[in-house]
Design a protein around this ligand. Structure first.
Ligand code: CP
Length: 305
């Protein structure tokens, strides 16, 4: 039995297998419509979500399986003091696979230690979001045709943004990728990413504070929301929340082949005037999330079609 807690729980070969399976699901959707008949996915969301929870649920439905779960801690027995471990042991009696989001870093890992069924980390605090990373990798593969040899600008809240931490870890295993980290000094990537990922693996990265100074270099710009829910101080959030707003004027020196990505939800980071620009990939990215989660469910359940 395999769990997915951290993006590096999957080897590059296993990731390639999941992405290729997702591409086959896109091309041959009907072939998979009963692949999980009789199987159940539990979605245990102790923190709010639109895309991750609903795309997991849609994924299982499109595989012919069923879904159960809760969408907030308030509607679970966590409010009565039940531990994550006990919750997982019990839900493991009802479901074949569990997708879990929790505000505390490490909670899905704790769950995986006692779970009788595969656990998928659907986001743990400011730590990791490995299924968003699979979504992002599938999007890059579809938009760019390759997961090697490009320059990516990661922009916004690089301190609390778990999607960025997971994506950096995953992309660091591919060839020829240059990372440009665009953030205010208060929201720089955590030190462990610099030392354990970039420096340890001799990866090309640099830190800047404006997107304008690097825009002409970028093949991908990955915008992120300032994570209001992780701030200790409302005044700091208000001061930093609109540091970066991507709009038409900021793209005047950008490549025609640029891809604009965002894990969503968006607040103000990308002007809606860009939504119809062919370079705007963020809604295609959200759709890719459903297909890649279908592929992940099949892989972790060991279902071959
Ligand atoms: N990208 C993402 O994780 O979105 P949700 O918080 O809506 O699931």
């Amino acid at each position: 039995m395999k769990h997915l807690i951290d993006p590096t729980d999957l080897s590059v070969e296993e990731i390639d297998g999941i992405l290729n399976l997702a591409l086959d699901i896109i091309s041959n959707h009907d072939k998979y419509k009963e692949a999980c008949k009789g199987k159940k996915l539990a979605t245990l969301f102790f923190e709010p979500s639109t895309r991750t929870r609903l795309s997991f649920e849609a994924a299982m439905m499109e595989l012919g399986g069923n879904v159960l779960g809760f969408s907030s801690a308030d509607s679970s027995s966590a409010t009565k003091g039940e531990s994550v471990g006990d919750t997982i042991r019990v839900v493991g009696c009802y479901a074949d696979i569990i997708a879990m989001r929790h505000p505390k870093e490490g909670a899905p890992m704790l769950g995986s230690m006692v779970s009788p069924v595969p656990i998928i980390n659907a986001g743990d605090g400011g730590h990791n979001h490995p299924t968003q990373t699979l979504t992002d990798l599938l999007t890059i593969k579809r938009e760019k045709g390759d997961l090697n040899n490009f320059t990516i600008g990661l922009c916004g809240d690089l301190k609390f943004g778990r999607t960025v931490h997971s994506l950096i870890k995953a992309l660091s295993r591919y060839e020829g990728i240059k990372f440009i980290l665009i953030s205010p000094k208060e929201l720089k990537v955590p030190d462990y990413i610099i030392t354990e990922v970039f420096e340890k693996n001799n990866i090309d990265y640099r830190e800047v504070t404006t997107m304008e100074e690097v825009m002409p270099e970028l093949d991908i710009i990955y915008m992120t929301r300032v994570q209001k829910e992780r701030f200790f101080n409302e005044a700091d959030y208000v001061r930093l929340k609109d540091t970066y707003i991507l709009d038409k004027s900021k793209l005047k020196n950008a490549k025609e082949t640029l891809s604009i990505m965002h894990p969503l939800p968006r607040v103000n980071e990308i002007s809606t005037e860009l939504d119809d620009d062919p370079r705007a990939a963020y809604f295609r990215q959200a759709l890719n999330g459903k297909y890649v989660r279908m592929a992940l469910i099949l892989t972790l359940l060991g279902v071959n079609v």
